[in-house]
Every structure is written in C-alpha cells, then in structure tokens.
Design a protein around this ligand. Structure first.
Ligand SMILES: [Zn+2]
Length: 63
C-alpha cells in the first residue's frame, strides 16, 4: 500500500510569498480562517490588503 504524505500537503503556507510555514509561527485570522506567515513583513503586507493575497490559486491547479 502506498503511503500518501498528507501531512506535507496540509502544511500551511504563507499566502503572501507562498512559502510553507510551521503552525507555531506568525498567524492571523481573517474571515474565520487562519493564515500563517513566514515573517512580520509578510503579515504586514497581508493586513494591508488581504484580498490581494486570498485567492484559490494556491489550492487548485486549474488553469
Ligand atoms: Zn512570507
């Protein structure tokens, strides 16, 4: 039986730069959903204009 690495695909990512981040790092709740960030700078950018970074493109590969 093949083992699927679900944990890897479920890792939260920084919506600003797209990096995978650990849950223990910076986080910010927006519209009932928690987003994680690799740095203060990314968090600040997100807060300035969340709608710019919230897109489903990271969840789906449809193009
Ligand atoms: Zn980042």
């Amino acid at each position: 039986m093949p083992r699927f690495s679900l944990e890897v695909s479920r890792l939260p990512f920084d919506p600003v730069c797209g990096k995978k981040v650990k849950k223990s790092e910076l986080k910010y709740e927006y519209h009932g959903r928690i987003y994680y960030f690799c740095s203060d700078e990314c968090l600040r950018k997100f807060k300035e204009k969340p709608s710019r970074y919230i897109m489903e493109k990271w969840d789906e590969n449809s193009c």
